[in-house]
Ligand binder design. Structure first.
Ligand SMILES: Cc1cc2nc3c(=O)[nH]c(=O)nc-3n(C[C@H](O)[C@H](O)[C@H](O)COP(=O)(O)O)c2cc1C
Length: 195
């Protein structure tokens, strides 16, 4: 199998994290991988706030959704931050900043997997107070937090559902539900809006 596909298959949004610190060299490798992502007109719209200070981490974690309790031991959270005007804004309404940040985040996550780390992106947090904790100006959007750590191998602190998820096969719709050839052939009902 292709080595790249194998790395992509190994990456999972796992939750059983060890509190062991991640050294700065490894963190810089993650950030370099992220920063090598492509972007529209090479605008590089991503800004990363790498949080490894235990006191600041604790203050930020206080504003995660309750379902993200599992992030508590994490020794590193990377906040992915941008603003619409930091990337292409095409006159027909397309805005590319979040797309660029998504590609950068994926590079980081794949690199983390290769280093034996978990890197789990989350949207479940209160944006305003975390921006306050990290000093992120109001004009920026906190797109995601990537919760990182070494796998602990100990699933006992996970909820029943998360304990099952942690070892389950990956769930994806069949490829032919998301691919059509030569002509658009989808009839999508979007997911319920998230809070
Ligand atoms: C934008 C985004 C937001 C997410 N938010 C959360 C979250 O708040 N809590 C959580 O446990 N997982 C979160 N996830 C992880 C997804 O649930 C996970 O990626 C998905 O179930 C697929 O599993 P896999 O990554 O192991 O393939 C998020 C993923 C993305 C990309």
């Amino acid at each position: 199998m292709s080595e790249i596909l194998s790395a992509i298959e190994q990456r999972r949004a796992r939750r059983a994290l060890s509190p062991d610190p991640i050294d700065r060299d490894a963190i810089e490798t993650l950030l370099r991988a992220a920063h090598l992502a492509p972007s529209c007109a090479n605008h590089q719209p991503w800004r990363f706030v790498a949080v490894d200070d235990p006191e600041i981490l604790a203050r930020a974690k206080a504003h995660l959704s309750s379902g993200n309790y599992w992030a508590d031991p994490s020794p590193l959270i990377v906040a992915v931050v941008s603003r619409p005007d930091l990337d292409c804004r095409i006159s027909d309404g397309r805005e590319y900043y979040a797309f660029g940040c998504g590609m950068a985040a994926m590079n980081l996550m794949i690199q983390a997997t290769e280093l034996g780390l978990i890197a789990h992106p989350i949207a479940g947090f209160k944006q305003a107070p975390i921006k306050g904790v990290l000093g992120i100006p109001e004009s920026y959007q906190l797109i995601t937090l990537i919760v990182c750590g070494r796998p602990s191998g100990d699933h006992s602190a996970l909820s029943d559902k998360h304990r099952i998820d942690e070892v389950s096969e990956r769930i994806r719709r069949p490829l032919d539900e998301v691919v059509s050839w030569n002509r658009f052939a989808f009839d999508d009902q979007g997911p319920e809006p998230a809070a």
